[in-house]
Design a protein. Structure first.
Length: 247
């Protein structure tokens, strides 16, 4: 688990301009263009966990993709945002509750956009969601458990992407790519090998990786802060997500 630490004074680029909850609530109350763009970015980030949940509910690949696209299209269109209430807890809980409500209404295909319609959250030059789904290990996990695991992975990915952007902006892109596997664990290339490839001393390499790991921990906690109802829930949520990922 990344070490605890306070946010650095010079905060780096954030994944979103404001918190997830603020984006959702603002989008539900008005027509702010920045809020809408931030919400679309948020939906892209957490598209796959929702797709996995729908698939585990028994829908086929095409129907699951249709439903997931339509769910987020309606979320962005604010039809579900009136249900948002930060006081009721975590953002992932809100999303899943709204998704269950959406699925329970049994939308007919006549009311859905064609797959990949107005809102396209999956890049066409990447794996399709079903290809990614099929590459995962075979298991019999319940939909909720599968969703939680993919949600945890998405949170880690958001933090890692933010760190990558910071490193690129600060001229440390090479360090990031050499040290990436060491950031969340001690597994990966030996420090001596990292130092050799970066043309620096082993001690300096260890210190540089340590600083990146600490910043990764800060960004991870920042990401989690945006998905819970209160700051005091951050550490509990982090422990919970890491426990889900370790199962």
């Amino acid at each position: 688990m990344p070490p605890s630490g306070q946010e650095s004074e010079a905060a780096g680029p954030r994944v979103f301009a404001t918190t997830h909850w603020s984006v959702v609530l603002a989008a539900g109350e008005g027509d702010s263009a920045p809020g809408q763009r931030a919400l679309e970015t948020l939906c892209r980030a957490y598209w796959y966990p929702i797709y996995v949940y729908v698939r585990r509910k028994g829908y086929g690949p095409d129907e699951a993709q249709d439903l997931t696209q339509e769910f987020f299209a309606q979320l962005i269109a604010k039809q579900h945002l009136l249900l948002a209430d930060r006081e009721k807890g975590k953002f992932r809980t809100f999303l899943l509750a709204v998704l269950d409500y959406f699925l329970a209404r049994e939308w007919s295909r006549a009311h859905r956009q064609k797959r990949g319609g107005q809102f396209v959250f999956v890049s066409l030059d990447q794996q399709t969601p079903e290809e990614r789904y099929q590459l995962g290990p075979a298991d019999t996990d319940a939909p909720d458990k599968k969703f939680l695991r993919q949600w945890g992975l998405a949170v880690l990915e958001q933090a890692m992407n933010a760190l990558e952007r910071e490193c690129a902006d600060n001229g440390k892109g090479a360090l990031f790519w050499e040290a990436k596997e060491l950031l969340s664990s001690e597994r990966g290339p030996a420090y001596a090998e990292v130092a050799r490839r970066l043309n620096m001393g082993e001690g300096a390499a260890r210190m540089a990786v340590h600083r990146l790991r600490r910043r990764y921990g800060e960004l991870l906690r920042s990401e989690i802060t945006q998905t819970v109802g209160a700051p005091e829930e951050v550490e509990e949520e982090l422990r919970y997500l890491l426990s889900v990922l370790s199962e």
